[in-house]
Structure formats: structure tokens, C-alpha cells
Design a protein around this ligand. Structure first.
Ligand SMILES: Cc1cc2nc3c(=O)[nH]c(=O)nc-3n(C[C@H](O)[C@H](O)[C@H](O)COP(=O)(O)OP(=O)(O)OC[C@H]3O[C@@H](n4cnc5c(N)ncnc54)[C@H](O)[C@@H]3O)c2cc1C
Length: 380
């Protein structure tokens, strides 16, 4: 559960990279709402994509904690780059790695680990958000082909210039009782009838790619099925269990970054003849922030340790996602308060952090849904 010297080295390496390459341009990318192909490629060269998957497929063969520390360090500087990595690793690569056939793995994983190609995870639909069983996108078999129709919304990494496809959950049959059978398909960009459209105007994660997906008589074969027919829901839910760890890591890293900014500012900003850090009210805010961050880190690392040691980790993943995203909100809010009026200006990074934290209580299962998951685990 405790980070080793190898984990420390990963932290230092990713922190150096984030400070050197991301920090100087993060504000501008946010302002222009621009996805950076160059940064994705650099993250690939650094070995961040597919960190947790076997070397045979182009990954690094590292443990979950290594990957989570990398996400945390990116989010300490910029959540947009952190989510590009987190969504690609947890939602894009992971289901293919875990459920793909050997042919699918050899075809997709090496390029997806390179940083030159991204993959989406298409679960959410306009009428199916928290309730993923409300999925309407459907696929039916016609001869040897499956024909997919429907749409998805809010899909990360699906419409960037380097996005090469998406995994998509479909309904493949509905029983008389109304019970649906879900099946996931791997759909390549360029497949006739498959179209993506970037979503503009986000308040947060503005330098990350978010898209709508449209399927209009998209024809694929059995070779595109991920897992087996009827396994769709299981794959998606298991994927979300792991994905929660990386969203938690974004919350933790964002909180850490916001705290450091507030601490530094409080030491130099003088009012009433002394640094504001010397007022007990401010120092207590900082003490509360530091305590929450330590608790969040301990909980998240425990969840990683459970996963890495093959133990059930669903409850702790949901708790980590809930707690880390909620403390990200509290810490960013208090850090902005410590900056006073300057915190509201775009030239201060805390303004971006304050906006970026807001998605964390919504994406990959809202805070309310995490509580439902936790309640189930504790036997309510
Ligand atoms: C930037 C961004 C990136 C995303 N990336 C992806 C992605 O890559 N792939 C993907 O599939 N999805 C993605 N999502 C979708 C995200 O997971 C959903 O937005 C989220 O699951 C919530 O669904 P919804 O927005 O439809 O809200 P709704 O489900 O409509 O929820 C609205 C409100 O009702 C509450 N609520 C709903 N049901 C209950 C209940 N049973 N009990 C109590 N409260 C309830 C919710 O907590 C929330 O407060 C992304 C979203 C965003 C904004």
C-alpha cells in the first residue's frame, strides 16, 4: 500500500514533465479549448499510455498505483491532460486488454499505447446517463453482419484527429419481460455510417476531447464484438470500477495543485502588514485542506493496493471517487477564497482549477450514484 522508490521515481518523472511541458501552455489550451496532439504524443513517448498493460502489447507492465500516481501528477498541473490519459487508459485501452481476443489486442493495443492514437468508450446516451440500462443504441444481425443504429454523448477521446475508434454498448435483444441483452462492439473510425462530432463550449476540461457519436446503419461483423454477445453490461460496469480510480486520481491531483497554489499565495500576499498565512483563519483553512488531501490519498492508494493484490476493490473505488472528487471541490473553493479577487482572474491558474473540479462529481458516475454503489456494498 505504501509507494515504493519505483513509485517515487514515476512521480518525479511525471511531475517534471508536467511542469516543463504542460504548465507553460495549459492556460492557453484551456482558453482556446484546444486538444494538443503534441502533448498526447509526448505522453506516449514517456510511456504513460498503457502503463498498466503487458509489454507484449506495447505497455509498461506496471501496477495500478504507478498509473494512478501519473494521473495524479498530471492533474496537479492540468486536468485536461490528466483526463486524456485517464480516459484512454481506463476506458479506451482497458476493456480491449481485458476482454479482447488476441487478434483484437495485437491489432489495437500497440498503437493505442504509443500516444499516436486514442480510443473512446461509448456508454452514455442522451437518454441514458446514470441509468446505463436505458441504452437505446441497438444492433441486429443481418446475415453475417451486425447493423448498429443510435447515438452516444459526452464520449472522451472519440473525435480528436488521432482518435481511431470507440467501444460502443448496444442492445442486441429485448426479452418479453423488457430485460435487455447488451453487447459491446469495437467500431473503427472510417466505418461507413459512423460519425463523430466534437462537443464545444464546456466550462471545464476544455483542452480535452469530448464528442457525440452517431451510428447510422453501421455494419460490422462478429470480429468486432468485444467479449461475447450479452456480456456488454458486465464489461462496462467492470470498466467503470477501474475508471473510478483514475477519476479519483484527478480529484486528488487537482486538490494537491490547488492547495500548493493557495499555500504559496498565502505566504506572499500581505494585508494588515503581514502575510495572510499568519492569520489563523487562513492557516486553519490550509491545515484542513492538507488533512483532506492526506485522507483522500490514503483511501485511493488502498483501493489501488486491493486491485493490485487481486482483492475486491469496487467499494473502495466508489468511495475514493466520491471522496476525492468532493474534496477537490472543497479544496479548490477554499484555495480560490485565499486568492481573494485575483483568484477570479484567468491569469491565476486557480480559476481554471475551480472550473475543472466541477465535472468530477458528475463524470463516470455522479456522487449520488457513488453513494448508491457504496450503500449496496455495505448491505443497505
Ligand atoms: C466531459 C465529460 C466527459 C465524459 N466522458 C464520458 C465517456 O468517455 N464515456 C461515457 O460513456 N460517458 C462519459 N461522460 C458521461 C458521464 O458519465 C455522465 O454525464 C454521467 O454518468 C451522468 O449522466 P447524465 O449527465 O446523463 O446525468 P443524469 O443521469 O441525468 O443525472 C442527473 C442528476 O440526477 C441524479 N440521479 C440520477 N439517477 C439518480 C438516482 N437513481 N438516485 C439519485 N440521483 C440520481 C444524478 O446524480 C444527477 O445529479 C462524460 C461526461 C462529461 C460531462
Amino acid at each position: 500500500m505504501h509507494p515504493t522508490s519505483e513509485h517515487d521515481l514515476i512521480r518525479t518523472t511525471v511531475r517534471d514533465f508536467a511542469e516543463r511541458e504542460i504548465k507553460p501552455i495549459a492556460r492557453e489550451l484551456d482558453e482556446k479549448a484546444e486538444f494538443s496532439v503534441e502533448l498526447a504524443s509526448m505522453m506516449g513517448e514517456l510511456g504513460l499510455f498503457g502503463m498498466h498493460i503487458h509489454e507484449k502489447y506495447g505497455g509498461q507492465g506496471l501496477d495500478t498505483l504507478s498509473y494512478i500516481i501519473a494521473v495524479e501528477e498530471l492533474a496537479r498541473v492540468d486536468s485536461s491532460q490528466a483526463v486524456t490519459l485517464a480516459a484512454h487508459n481506463s476506458l479506451g485501452i482497458n476493456p480491449i486488454y481485458k476482454y479482447g481476443t488476441e487478434t483484437q489486442k495485437m491489432k489495437y493495443l500497440p498503437q493505442l499505447c504509443s500516444g499516436k492514437a486514442l480510443w473512446g468508450f461509448g456508454l452514455t446516451e442522451p437518454d441514458a446517463g446514470s441509468d446505463s440500462r436505458g441504452t437505446k443504441t441497438h444492433a441486429f444481425k443481418e446475415g453475417k453482419e451486425w447493423v448498429i443504429n443510435g447515438s452516444k454523448i459526452f464520449i472522451t477521446n472519440a473525435s480528436a484527429s488521432i482518435s481511431i475508434g470507440s467501444t460502443v454498448q448496444t442492445v442486441t435483444s429485448t426479452k418479453k419481460s423488457g430485460k435487455k441483452e447488451f453487447t459491446n462492439f469495437i467500431v473503427d473510425k472510417g466505418t461507413p455510417g459512423f460519425r463523430t462530432s466534437p462537443i464545444h463550449g464546456k466550462m471545464m476540461w476544455r483542452a480535452s476531447d469530448t464528442a457525440e457519436l452517431f451510428f447510422d446503419d453501421v455494419r460490422v461483423t462478429d470480429e468486432n464484438i468485444l467479449g461475447s454477445v450479452g456480456q456488454g453490461s458486465k464489461i462496462m460496469l467492470e470498466t467503470l470500477d477501474s475508471g473510478r480510480l483514475s477519476i479519483a486520481a484527478i480529484g486528488l491531483g487537482l486538490a494537491q495543485g490547488a492547495f500548493e497554489m493557495a499555500l504559496e499565495y498565502a505566504k506572499v500576499r500581505k494585508q494588515f502588514g503581514r502575510p495572510i498565512a499568519q492569520f489563523q483563519v487562513i492557516s486553519f483553512k490550509l491545515a484542513d485542506m492538507a488533512t483532506k488531501i492526506e485522507l483522500a490519498r490514503a483511501l485511493l492508494y488502498k483501493a489501488c493496493w486491493l486491485k493490485d493484490t487481486g482483492k475486491p476493490f469496487g467499494k473502495e473505488a466508489a468511495m475514493s471517487k466520491l471522496y476525492c472528487s468532493e474534496i477537490a471541490k472543497e479544496v479548490a473553493d477554499q484555495a480560490l477564497q485565499i486568492h481573494g479577487g485575483y483568484g477570479l482572474l484567468k491569469e491565476f491558474d486557480i480559476e481554471r482549477f475551480y472550473r475543472d473540479q466541477r465535472i468530477l462529481q458528475i463524470g463516470e458516475g455522479t456522487s449520488e450514484i457513488q453513494k448508491i454503489v457504496i450503500a449496496r456494498h455495505i448491505g443497505v
